[in-house]
Design a protein around this ligand. Structure first.
Ligand code: ZN
Length: 291
């Protein structure tokens, strides 16, 4: 029995003995990768750690890579000692060994969590792009895969040519849940306001074994695509699961209680395949009218 199973068993035992407990059991261990990013990883990593650990659901360790141009052969996080890998990294390609280790980790049942510019990384690493489903910038174009949008009640792929990855000006925007039965978004308001953030549009990638759980309308008035763009994405890869959100440009965006709750739920789902039912945090953004 692994440690996660042990904790789940103790939770069930406590429910039987004492009714619903007020303590929250941990869903698992996470290794957060940072060290290079075109975003301020030094200020955002503590916010991600805080979001995951604030109710005791996760234990988080941080693995910081050498700086840009450093010897990446020395960067060998032990992914297999954790339940989930969370990437806050956008920089130099990892060593062959570390790339293969991540692929093996997820295909054998490990969890991968990707936030914002982590999806800009590694355009040249084929399996990384399969893992994340969609990515942006770094020379991505129609050869990287289709654009993915929400149209007429379903996810659609668009193979028209053009660069992958773009955003308009930062603004608060509405996140629209598209599959209310999925554990990551079950019970959330169907439409809720996310904090001031970059709304990534025109992401491209293999988009295989991928599900879009929520979208946001990328309004041309703020420089957007005029399309409903994926905001909460899941990918299955071998026996593993990936949770990916393009949200989270900076500290302000990551402090959004909505972002933090979907980060916790997404990480838990990627590890367990389920999300333990809990009340929504009282500061979760209220519902807004769907446009
Ligand atoms: Zn950004």
């Amino acid at each position: 029995m692994n440690s996660v199973t042990t904790r789940l068993f103790s939770f069930v035992a406590m429910c039987l003995l004492f009714g619903t407990p007020t303590v929250v059991t941990a869903a698992g261990t996470v290794i957060l990768i940072d060290g290079q990013n075109n975003h301020d990883w030094k200020s955002t990593t503590p916010i991600l750690v805080q979001a995951l650990t604030r109710d005791g659901r996760f234990d988080v360790a941080v693995a910081t890579s050498p700086p840009h141009g450093g010897d990446m052969n020395t960067f060998r996080p032990k992914f297999s000692e954790y339940d989930a890998v969370l990437s806050n990294y956008n920089g130099d390609l990892w060593s062959e060994e570390t790339c293969r280790a991540l692929e093996n980790f997820v295909s054998m049942g490990g969890a991968l969590v990707v936030v914002h510019a982590a999806n800009n990384s590694f355009p040249e690493w084929k399996e990384w792009n399969t893992l994340i489903g969609l990515g942006g910038w770094g020379g991505r174009n129609e050869k990287s895969g289709p654009l993915v949008r929400w149209k007429d009640g379903k996810m659609v792929q668009d193979n028209s040519p053009g660069a992958g990855g773009h955003h308009g000006s930062m603004h608060p925007f509405a996140v629209v849940v598209r599959d209310q039965t999925h554990p990551i978004v079950e019970g959330l308001p169907t439409t809720w306001m996310h904090a001031n953030d970059e709304l990534y549009d025109r992401l491209r990638g293999p988009a295989e074994n991928m599900q879009v759980l929520a979208t946001a309308y990328s309004n041309p008035a703020t420089g957007g695509s005029g399309e409903h763009e994926p905001m909460i994405i899941t990918v299955s890869y071998g026996q593993g699961r990936v949770f990916h959100t393009p949200m989270g440009h900076d500290v302000g965006a990551m402090k959004c209680p909505g972002f933090q709750e979907i980060l916790r739920r997404g990480t838990e789902w990627a590890i367990e395949g389920t999300v333990m039912k809990r009340p929504l945090p009282i500061d979760f953004p209220g519902p807004v009218a769907r446009k």
